[in-house]
Design a binder for this molecule. Structure first.
Ligand code: SF4
Length: 224
């Protein structure tokens, strides 16, 4: 089968993000991107998706550093602000506790401490599933045991390959790049940040969404 050409799609997505005039329009484009990538994955014929072993409740990989764009961070924190107050207080406390435990850790160190993502619920499901990061959407595994071993190995600096759905991985990497390029083309901040640190900051500073995105003013020190 001919290899999928990501370039036209990357250009289309980049243009859409660069043409969006405000945060509301950017968030609409992000929704479009989520829907479009889901459709593309369903329509793509290469690779047997029935082999993917990932399922609700499997939480083994939810201990890694997750990179997100500022736009994804804004979508996630707006989603969280729709929760009722006790739930919001609980998630703020979880995010805060996790950030205290993992801030500044390199990827292998993060795996060594084995702290679960703050957005996992007690049954091992992702509580922000509709707006979960592109990074999380792209990673799959066809073998749960191989996945667990690879994560354990990486904590010791050993890289072990895990068989995953390549198209899905590449598609979300391209999608991530398209958001970053689109934002940068319109003078906005296209950098990525760690999920936990960024959501903690945005939850505490809802009034800083626009400033952070428009001025590239956010830096690592702000997150600490
Ligand atoms: S955001 Fe959701 S899918 Fe991603 S690491 Fe956290 S719990 Fe897992």
């Amino acid at each position: 089968m001919a290899e999928f050409d990501y370039k036209p799609w990357w250009s289309q997505a980049t243009e859409r993000f660069s043409a969006a005039e405000d945060i509301a329009a950017l968030l609409k484009e992000l929704e479009w991107l989520f829907d479009e990538t889901e459709k593309m994955i369903q329509d793509h014929k290469e690779g047997d998706r029935s082999l993917i072993a990932c399922h609700a409740g499997c939480q083994d990989c939810c201990i890694v550093n997750v990179s997100v764009t500022l736009l994804e961070g804004i979508a996630i924190t707006r989603f969280l602000r729709q929760w009722d107050e006790p739930q919001q207080r609980e998630i703020v406390a979880k995010v805060d506790a996790l950030w205290t435990a993992v801030r500044g850790l390199e990827d292998d160190e993060r795996m060594m401490v084995r702290k679960k993502c703050a957005f996992l619920d007690a049954s091992g499901c992702c509580t922000i599933y509709p707006v979960r990061p592109l990074f999380c959407r792209g990673v799959t595994s066809i073998d749960v045991d191989a996945c667990r071993s690879a994560i354990a190995d990486q904590a010791f600096g050993v890289t072990t390959e895990v068989m995953m759905h390549q198209f899905q991985l590449d598609l979300y990497k391209v999608a991530f790049g398209a958001i970053a390029s689109g934002l940068e083309q319109s003078g906005l901040d296209g950098r990525s940040f760690q999920l936990c640190g960024l959501t903690r900051y945005l939850l505490a500073h809802p009034d800083q969404e626009e400033v952070s995105l428009r001025s590239s003013a956010l830096n690592w020190n702000d997150l600490y």
